[in-house]
Ligand binder design. Structure first.
Ligand SMILES: *Cc1c(COP(=O)(O)O)cnc(C)c1O
Length: 471
């Protein structure tokens, strides 16, 4: 590196100005975000054009770089951190998680190997054990710390593919998928899109899926599952992304165990129900599965990005994801890269550890149960407003709301989004256009729900006025 640039950078570290500047911006952001418009204004979005520039030839002052980021970036964020962002299934971030992530950012560790990051390796071992205990999974299970449930699903299905083919004397790593024995994929018609993506990436082909009918909550109907066998991967769901519903694991896993099938559970946000006394009936039987995918960044409210793949069959998991090289130093301690597709990755376990330690079992129970209670409050209150209907049982944190017809639902949702007092998106449920409310933030209070209900009412009123004026 050119000497004068290098000395400039050392100077930046010594005088700490840019770190203080960024910290100041962060503090201001945190002070405003809980009361700010939930969705960025048109102006904020228009201003993003400031970033449309060619890569500069010369250097820009670090202070200026941060200034631009704050001035035009901060207002163009969505307030997913706050209490009235109900879109998708996101989750906020606990303060201790943000703070720990900040510290971890400055460590800049890669937990690929123990020798590369002893602290990263240690925390991964500890959190692996904590998660297995918390979800009551088989003791011998292993965890990989990945970016999210998309990747966790992919890793689980790769492990399943390895194991099933291995039992057929077929080493997938060496021989590939051409001419391999057939692996059957069975899943419900409400499987998450990332399951389909994983099936595509792994070369099974989505056309080969044996689809199982679901009930009006999106749960697999156990009687409709085709005959299972030892060459089958059965994919279940803890938390339907629309209704929040859970498959009947107790019944289905017993069925699958008898047939020696591999069961994978996509529990991106729903697996956390297993950590709540009053909700753990929903995850009853999950311990009989072979692999599980769950997010930290949704229900547990870790900062992005944080997903976990858990697998009972360590050998299948590491064989499916394993890599080696002459310079790789295997240790007796945990080398994280054997459990993830990546070699280098950030040590996202730092904030996951911090949040689990901070909350403890009781804190996790209370936080997740509160989300459920707010969802019930939302459902009760919106159900009383003439012109809105709730289309699902509130078993967890999801509420499906609609108006009299698709057109009305669409327009009212549009009005809600434009009001910016809360934010949510749309979906299709039982053939109808619906609005999808996901309560998964530690910030959401009873008052946030009331404010949001008022916003729904305003949006409906606006629509009725427009309709009567013939707009
Ligand atoms: C969010 C979600 C996913 C995908 O998880 P990412 O963390 O976004 O990769 C998969 N399945 C379900 C049920 C989800 O809710």
């Amino acid at each position: 590196m050119e000497e004068n640039i290098q000395s400039k950078m050392f100077q930046e570290i010594r005088d700490k100005e840019i770190f203080k500047q960024a910290q100041q911006y962060s503090f201001e952001y945190l002070e405003n975000i809980f009361n700010r418009n939930v969705y960025p204004t048109e102006e904020a979005i228009d201003n993003l054009s400031k970033f449309d520039e060619d890569l500069p030839d010369g250097s820009t002052k670090a202070k200026k770089v941060l200034e631009q980021l704050n001035q035009y970036g901060s207002p163009a964020t969505t307030a997913t951190l706050g209490g009235r962002y109900f879109g998708f299934v996101c989750g906020s971030a606990l303060p201790v998680g943000l703070a720990a992530k900040n510290l971890g950012t400055h460590w800049d560790q890669s937990p690929a190997m123990h020798v590369l990051s002893p602290i990263g390796s240690k925390l991964e071992s500890v959190v692996e054990k904590w998660l297995i205990q918390l979800f009551n999974l088989p003791k011998e299970s292993s965890a990989g710390f990945v970016s999210g449930t998309s990747t966790a699903n992919l890793c689980s299905l790769a492990a399943a593919r390895y194991r099933i083919l291995k039992k057929n004397n077929w080493d997938i790593n060496q021989k590939g998928l051409y001419n391999a024995p057939r692996v059957r994929i069975v899943t419900g018609k409400q499987a998450h899109s990332t399951i389909l993506k994983a099936i595509g990436i792994l070369g099974f082909g989505q056309e080969s899926i044996e689809w199982v009918d679901v009930d009006n909550q999106g749960r697999i109907i156990p009687e409709m599952i085709p005959e299972l066998d030892e060459n089958t991967i059965l994919i279940l769901q803890a938390g339907n992304v629309n209704s929040g519903a859970f498959d009947d694991f107790e019944t289905i896993c017993a069925q699958a165990q008898k047939a020696n099938s591999w069961v994978h559970i996509d529990g991106a946000f729903g697996l956390w129900a297993g950590a709540v006394d009053k909700l753990k009936h929903l995850t009853k039987g999950i311990e009989k599965a072979n692999s599980w995918a769950v997010d930290g960044h949704k229900t547990l409210n870790t900062p992005y990005d944080c997903g976990i793949v858990l697998c009972k069959d360590k050998e299948a998991m590491t064989a499916a994801l394993h890599m080696s090289g002459s310079y790789i130093i295997e240790s007796k301690q945990r080398d994280g890269m054997f459990y993830t597709p990546e070699m280098s990755r950030r040590a996202r376990v730092i904030e996951l550890w911090a949040i689990m330690k901070y909350l403890g079992r009781e804190g996790i129970d209370r936080m997740v149960l509160t989300m459920h209670e707010r969802a019930k409050q939302f459902s009760n209150e919106i159900g009383k407003v003439h012109g809105f209907y709730v289309d699902n049982d509130i078993v967890f944190n999801q509420v499906i709301v609609r108006c009299d017809n698709d057109k009305m639902t669409e327009r009212v949702l549009n009005n809600i989004q434009n009001l910016r007092e809360c934010w949510l998106g749309s979906s299709v449920w039982l053939g109808k256009k619906v609005m999808r409310v996901s309560i998964c933030s530690w910030v959401t209070t009873e008052k946030d729900i009331s404010i949001s209900i008022k916003s729904f009412e305003k949006a409906l009123e606006l629509e009725r006025k427009n309709t009567s004026r013939g707009v």
